[in-house]
Design a binder for this molecule. Structure first.
Ligand code: PLP
Ligand code: ZN
Length: 432
């Protein structure tokens, strides 16, 4: 099926074929208009973003819980809640997810968190970032729609995740990144053998270029995981919410601190928590959602602090390149969620990000990429400024592996000493 725009909105009857599991339609987040499931992302009535609407399983939550628990140790254990076919486990993909939820007692002690602190460590995914989750769902949609080329606009991690998934699934791939990304991310995107194009510009330029490509005949049969497949892509982030609650013993934490690039992950984690409540899989209780940005790209944090409902685009300048989206598509929804749940959006400087990377490494043995540094740094700042109650149970996300952003810590990290291989030299170095 070629990439199409919506043209039959009003008389749309949902396509409830088995290819999309419990998903029944796409619905507009702004006006509620429903359209059939397809490779489309914007409402033709109001240009609002489309998201996947479900007819979720009703009935005994205990039976659903058992079904999930007996599923595979990856995101497909939640297939009954995702827009994927029931036989998704049998298809070639990278099977991401079911990453560790680490009880972070040492970090809690340093930060003064008394209510319990967990790190959801998504660096353990196949390409070492949370992006494998979102790509896996988009890939299934691309398969169903018969799209031939897997593509994306990326700040780095998504390019690697898409290229790896395409390699395994036998798709042609061609992905687009800003030309000046970290070496680790460029290599990790290129090694899978697909096409990788560096664009002379920042992420927002890359994204604009991809939108143009979609409208051109060149882009026919292309599945851009985060553009025309964005509604499906977004659903992958819900699995973070599902896993956190299941790993806590099927209950909600009191609060979660989440990094923000486009804001998709944060909004879909909230969607996932709401679904668990609706399904009766967890007991309902209030929870707070906090968002984390780097000061050098903090349009959502700035809007939150100013009390604005709209997000004013910025030109990013930060070492946290995976979060460097100056015009975040889901920014206004992030503001809604932070305000509705009683959370907040905060930002930290690059120096605070680096310090937080080292703090997490030193206390818990987890080496985070800059996005994780931003998130842990923001957690620290939220406590210090009294915006987050340390007596409540808290989950903080680490969404990527520190090996991808070595440059962030390399200048201030190295051997304690370099010595000749003799005991005398070791004593001289003052380390004995
Ligand atoms: C993409 C990304 C995020 C969040 O992205 P959203 O666009 O807000 O969903 C967070 N951390 C890392 C490491 C990422 O690559
Ligand atoms: Zn609409």
């Amino acid at each position: 099926m070629a990439v199409q725009t919506i043209d039959n909105t009003t008389e749309a009857t949902p396509d409830t074929g088995p290819a999309f599991g419990p998903a029944v339609a796409l619905s507009c987040r702004e006006c509620g208009e429903r359209v059939p499931l397809g490779p489309v992302f914007a409402c033709q009535e109001c240009f609002g973003p489309l998201e996947v609407a479900y007819d979720l399983p009703t009935g005994d939550p205990e039976a659903l819980r058992k079904q999930i628990e007996s599923g595979p140790a990856n995101i497909w254990r939640y297939a009954p809640l995702l827009p994927v076919p029931a036989d998704v486990v049998d298809k070639p993909n990278l099977n991401p997810g079911w990453t560790k939820l680490v009880k972070a007692d040492n970090l809690a002690r340093e930060l003064g968190v008394t209510g319990g602190l967990y790190v959801k460590d998504d660096s353990g995914n196949p390409t070492h970032s949370f992006k494998d989750r979102v790509v896996a769902i988009a890939l299934e949609a691309a398969r169903t729609f018969g799209l031939k080329t897997l593509s994306c606009s990326s700040t780095g991690n998504l390019a690697g995740a898409a290229e790896a998934a395409a390699a395994r699934a036998g798709f042609r791939s061609c992905v687009f990144i800003p030309h000046d990304l970290e070496a680790g991310k460029v290599v990790m995107a290129a090694v899978y053998g697909g096409e990788l194009v560096g664009i002379e510009g920042n992420y927002d330029d890359v994204n604009r270029f991809c939108s143009e490509l979609i409208g051109d005949p060149i882009g026919e049969d292309w599945g851009f995981v985060n553009v025309n497949l964005r509604p499906y892509y977004g659903e992958g982030s819900k699995t973070l919410a599902y896993e956190i609650c299941e790993q806590l013993g099927w209950r909600l934490p009191d609060q979660i601190v989440i990094p923000i690039a486009s804001g998709s992950q944060l909004t879909k984690i909230d969607k996932g928590l709401q679904e668990l409540i609706k399904l009766g899989l967890v007991e309902e209780k209030p929870y707070k959602i906090y968002g984390a940005q780097a000061e050098g790209c903090s349009p959502v944090s700035a809007a939150f602090k100013a009390g604005h409902d709209v997000v004013r685009p910025v030109k990013p300048d930060t070492i946290a390149k995976s979060l460097a989206i100056g015009n975040p598509a889901d920014g206004p929804y992030v503001l809604d969620i932070a305000r509705r749940t009683g959370g907040a959006v905060e930002d930290v400087t690059d120096e605070q990000c680096v310090a937080a990377i080292k703090l997490l490494a030193r206390t818990e043995g987890i080496f985070a990429e800059t996005a994780g540094g931003v998130t842990v740094g923001v957690l620290k700042k939220l406590i210090e400024t009294g915006q987050l109650d340390p007596a409540l149970e808290t989950v903080v996300l680490n969404t990527g592996d520190g090996l991808k952003t070595l440059d962030a810590v390399a200048p201030t990290t190295g051997p304690t000493a370099v010595i000749r291989p003799t005991l005398a030299a070791f004593r001289e170095a003052g380390l004995a």
